[in-house]
Design a protein around this ligand. Structure first.
Ligand SMILES: [Zn+2]
Length: 136
């Protein structure tokens, strides 16, 4: 089983299929938890940033930011490009280094794009994937 590891503020996180809470992806065929892990592993510049939401982590319920009403998560975004709703490549794929979104569109290699959010609980590290269509 594949695992993507990163550290944030001296804390180690491990993203793997077993601790993935859910993937919310109804539109992109061929984009699954396992490929998201692989994409992250093959990408040199993955930078997770802290994001705050008003709902607690379902798993631990212990990611509240101090005395506030906000809950802490670590988040990273990339783009997934598709043709006929099938995953073609992502903005963190090696193949994307030598091309651009515009030329891929012109060459008709892709016809749509989605933003993929990888969201991990700052406390317990349980994570989730949200896939949403970009405004074109
Ligand atoms: Zn948690």
């Amino acid at each position: 089983m594949s695992t993507y590891k990163f550290s944030y503020d001296n804390k180690e996180f491990e993203l793997k299929e077993e601790n993935c809470d859910y993937i919310n992806n109804e539109e992109v065929e061929g984009l699954e938890v396992s490929n998201v892990i692989e994409l992250l592993k093959n990408c040199e510049e993955v930078n997770f940033d802290v994001e705050y939401y008003d709902s607690a982590c379902d798993q631990c319920r212990a990611n509240r930011k101090d005395e506030t009403k906000f809950f802490e998560y670590l988040e990273f975004h990339f783009y997934a490009f598709t043709k006929n709703n099938k995953f073609v490549l992502s903005s963190v794929s090696k193949e994307y280094e030598n091309t651009t979104f515009t030329s891929l569109m012109k060459e008709k290699k892709i016809d749509n794009s989605f933003i993929v959010s990888v969201i991990a609980c700052r406390n317990c590290g349980v994570w989730a994937i949200e896939v949403e269509q970009c405004e074109m």
